[in-house]
Design a protein around this ligand. Structure first.
Ligand SMILES: [Zn+2]
Length: 343
């Protein structure tokens, strides 16, 4: 098995104004992503959780205009699919409703509204609600594949609450089928293909085996879904991956496994809520049927602002250099998360 978790401690020296300008050596860690080899830094700062935020003014503000995703407006204000694609116009599974994105980012771009309720707090998302939404997404994407086989690059995203970039508070996901992969999806697909060529094995299978064996970042299982903290975090305080074992594409995932994934998300959301996180980005990346080197995976990072100045958690490093750093060790957050997955 060729997976390597490469890390090195580096040092920087300066004259410290808090110690009469005597020389101080500060150390931090650089790590290489085991799949893409992209570097990332870990620079631990004070172990503090975000402060609990009163969300009621944000919720109130979001209701000042009419929310197009609320039950009294959704039929009136959201688009319908063209009849050749979906004669019924929209897809409904339980409370979940899926319809075309009025601001499409791909030839097939849909919005999935998860709930009838306008605001759902993190601990209030239910397994049923999340599962129904994923089933609706798969139903749509399967129909797209029949209709236009060129739209084979599937990715799903969730921006929850304003720090994440989400423009509507009402919980909703973006479900995309595109002619080209998203850049990070492309990087993962290509690196997984190269790994297969070099090692003759599937990177994701090897990752699960290795992480489970090491136990440092392996949070646990919900059914067949494996949950881990990422060796090289893409966010300051938390970065979680979930792997759908043996599922090359999102289209292959049965309802039961969406339920397993939803039950893992419930646990993650409870942890995040206890830690005062209230916003996140999530993406689900699908592989291509028949390629044999990728397993569908999801990645979740919280989003936040810091201090009363509302300093963004993304800087030029993230946005313009694709260089990410964490302020907590993934091995520490894994230990905390494990407690939510036990029992
Ligand atoms: Zn609403």
């Amino acid at each position: 098995m060729a997976i390597e978790f490469r890390r090195e401690r580096l040092q920087a020296r300066f004259l410290d104004p808090r110690a009469d300008f005597s020389e101080k050596v500060h150390s931090f860690e650089v790590r290489a992503d085991p799949l893409t080899q992209a570097p990332g830094y870990i620079y631990e700062v004070r172990r503090v959780s975000p402060q609990k935020k009163d969300l009621s003014p944000v919720i109130q503000e979001s209701l000042n205009g009419e929310c197009p995703f609320c039950p009294q407006a959704v039929d009136r204000l959201t688009p319908k699919f063209v009849a050749e694609l979906l004669p019924q116009g929209r897809i409904q599974v339980g409370e979940a409703r899926l319809f075309p994105n009025a601001m499409p980012y791909a030839p097939y771009s849909a919005i999935l509204v998860l709930s009838r309720q306008h605001f759902v707090a993190l601990p209030d998302f239910t397994r049923e609600m999340l599962t129904d939404g994923l089933v609706a997404s798969r139903t749509y994407l399967q129909r797209v594949q029949e209709y236009d086989s060129r739209a084979k690059y599937i990715y799903i995203g969730w921006n929850y609450m304003p720090p994440s970039g989400g423009s509507q508070l009402h919980p909703h996901l973006q479900v995309e089928a595109a002619y080209f992969p998203a850049p990070y999806q492309k990087e993962m697909l290509e690196a997984s293909r190269q790994y297969r060529i070099a090692n003759g094995t599937n990177f994701w299978s090897d990752l699960v085996i290795k992480e489970r064996e090491l136990g440092e970042r392996f949070i646990g299982n919900t059914g067949s879904i494996c949950w881990m903290t990422s060796f090289v975090p893409r966010a300051r305080l938390l970065d979680i991956q979930a792997v759908f074992q043996h599922r090359e594409t999102f289209l292959d995932i049965p309802d039961e496994e969406f339920g397993y994934f939803a039950s893992g998300l419930e646990k993650v959301f409870r942890y995040m809520s206890d830690q005062n996180f209230y916003s996140f980005n999530l993406s689900i990346n699908s592989g291509i049927a028949g390629d044999g080197y990728f397993w569908t995976q999801a990645r979740l990072v919280p989003r936040m602002t810091f201090s009363r100045l509302e300093i963004s958690d993304c800087s030029y490093y993230d946005v313009l250099q694709d260089l990410h750093f964490g302020n907590r060790y993934p091995e520490d957050t894994c230990r905390e998360l494990k407690r939510y997955f036990e029992g």
